[in-house]
Design a protein around this ligand. Structure first.
Ligand SMILES: *[C@@H]1O[C@H](CO)[C@@H](O)[C@H](O)[C@H]1NC(C)=O
Ligand SMILES: *[C@@H]1O[C@H](CO)[C@@H](O)[C@H](O)[C@H]1NC(C)=O
Length: 483
């Protein structure tokens, strides 16, 4: 639902500029770019939703701060492919990456590389992970399936950029090659790739590296920005073999093999894909009905590209308005539910706030009760101690688990004392339970120090209960005193 709405919004963003542009005399460049969210990601990564759009295999995993293609371990494949095709052949891909390893590049395996691809085949569907895992080694598992070109298929139709640690003459150097294939022959690593025309650019162990690939039907250009300096990598004329729309983008890597070699770890920090073709939808609309899709497509077609008169402009605007209002209608119920849940949460927060205030007031009252002081020093001192511990605990909860333990023991002892004292007056099962609770709490501190927020909460609750009990006892004493 939310996803669908987001898509509808993306659509509207896409359709509106067209209207504005059509209405104006001059096309503005930035209106021509449409971001493609199902082919992009940036940190912090939400892998639960990303896994719907991307298929990972081999040693690749989504982490909060990066997509790790492979760690610095020999004979590992990196594999990350989008599951839906890019419906355009006029786009730009920007990705940030980190290749970190030994400062001495000659220590890196010769066959280590990572690559960006734009190919015709749905590689996530083609690749059989089970087969690779069942093979005696990853190398063999990949070979069986023809994934011998830096973790990707050697026989493919499409283009790619390969980042290698050797040049075509096998000299250790970080280099970037343009690679293309029309599915007529298998390319082999070490022969066809790295290309002789590869550009030597040191992209290893850098703070910030961004690669920029601009694909147009008849021209593929790339540049790289390393720590603020931009250099061109390649510019390839594709008039002979125009790039076709409908390819899949993906990243693969092979950490390489070799005795005594230390492979790099390779990760991506962001991928940003932008469509430049204002007549193509760019990526599939997930969750939209067939009617909606045809409506969107009609809006994008060249018929609605030029408006003959003001009436057709008005019609187009009316269609966009209609889409917007139906989008709003669709979103409204979801919004209402959200608002309802939010107000419930606010109520709970207010209640918590109120309870805390009451508790602190009660504690203050108990501590400064002159009658209680007259009766002897025991109770107020106990209260003061308890208060001190609560404050101390709050501070401690932010520190190490061992420190937590120590303090909790003290509190437990204190609570035991209180229990003994009150037990003398009357049997209180409540306090017994609290003591047990603190013990459980102590165990959970040992188990998981990261749950400190929860513990604080439980502590606050325990203290509220103690406060209430104390209050009761006070009342009881007061009554006894006056009667
Ligand atoms: C590509 O393959 C993946 C994995 O099998 C699948 O989920 C996806 O639907 C396929 N894409 C298309 C457009 O068929
Ligand atoms: C993948 O390979 C395994 C083992 O060779 C095989 O049993 C399985 O059917 C294959 N899966 C697909 C989807 O082809």
């Amino acid at each position: 639902m939310a996803r669908r709405s987001a898509l509808a919004l993306a659509w509207i963003c896409l359709a509106l500029p067209r209207c504005i542009r059509a209405a104006g005399k001059h096309a503005h460049k930035e209106y021509q770019q449409v971001a493609l969210p199902h082919h992009s990601f940036s940190i912090p990564l939400e892998y639960s939703s990303l896994l719907g759009d991307w298929m990972l295999s081999g040693a690749s995993i989504f982490e909060r701060q990066r997509l790790l293609l492979h760690p610095g371990v020999l004979e590992r494949q990196g594999f990350a492919w989008t599951k839906r095709p890019l419906q355009t052949n006029n786009f730009e891909v920007k990705f940030g990456f980190r290749v970190s390893g030994s400062a001495d590049i000659s220590k890196a395996p010769q066959d280590q590389s990572f690559s960006f691809w734009f190919v015709r085949e749905n590689v996530s569907d083609h690749f059989n992970e089970t087969r690779m895992i069942r093979a005696p080694s990853w190398t063999e598992g990949l070979k069986e399936q023809g994934y011998t070109l830096g973790g990707s298929q050697a026989l493919f139709e499409g283009v790619g950029a390969v980042f290698s640690t050797v040049t075509a003459d096998k000299k250790p150097n970080a280099a970037i090659s343009f690679v293309s294939n029309d599915k007529h022959q298998s390319l082999s690593y070490g022969v066809d790739v790295p290309a002789a025309s590869a550009k030597v650019i040191d992209f290893r162990n850098k703070k910030e590296v961004e690669f920029n690939l601009r694909v147009q039907p008849t021209l593929v250009q790339a540049s790289i920005t390393v720590d603020g300096t931009t250099q061109e990598c390649f510019s390839v004329d594709r008039k002979g073999f125009p790039v076709k729309a409908g390819g899949y983008i993906g990243f693969t890597a092979w950490s390489g093999a070799g005795e005594g070699k230390v492979p790099d770890s390779v990760s991506l920090t962001k991928v940003e894909v932008v469509n430049f073709d204002d007549e193509a939808i760019g990526e599939d609309v997930v969750g939209a009905s067939a009617a909606e899709i045809s409506e969107y497509t009609a809006m994008m077609s060249s018929d609605s590209r030029h408006f003959q008169d003001q009436k057709s402009q008005t019609d187009h605007l009316a269609r966009v308005t209609k889409m917007l209002s139906s989008h709003l209608n669709e979103v409204k119920p979801a919004y209402d539910v959200m608002a309802f849940q939010m107000s419930g949460m606010m109520d709970s927060l207010h209640k918590l706030d109120r309870d805390c205030r009451i508790l602190s007031k009660e504690l203050r009252l108990l501590a400064s009760d002159p009658k209680a002081r007259k009766r002897g020093p025991k109770r107020p001192s106990n209260l003061q101690e308890l208060k001190g511990h609560v404050v101390g605990l709050r501070r401690l909860l932010d520190k190490e688990a061992s420190a937590h333990m120590h303090k909790l023991e003290a509190v437990q002892k204190n609570l035991n004392d209180v229990k003994q004292q009150t037990d003398k007056a009357s049997g209180s099962s409540m306090l017994g339970r609290i003591v047990d609770q603190t013990r459980t709490l102590e165990q959970s501190v040992v188990a998981k120090s990261s749950q400190s927020t929860w513990m604080l909460f439980i502590l606050v609750v325990s203290v509220v209960v103690i406060g209430a009990l104390m209050w009761n006892r006070m009342q009881y004493y007061e009554r006894k005193h006056f009667i």
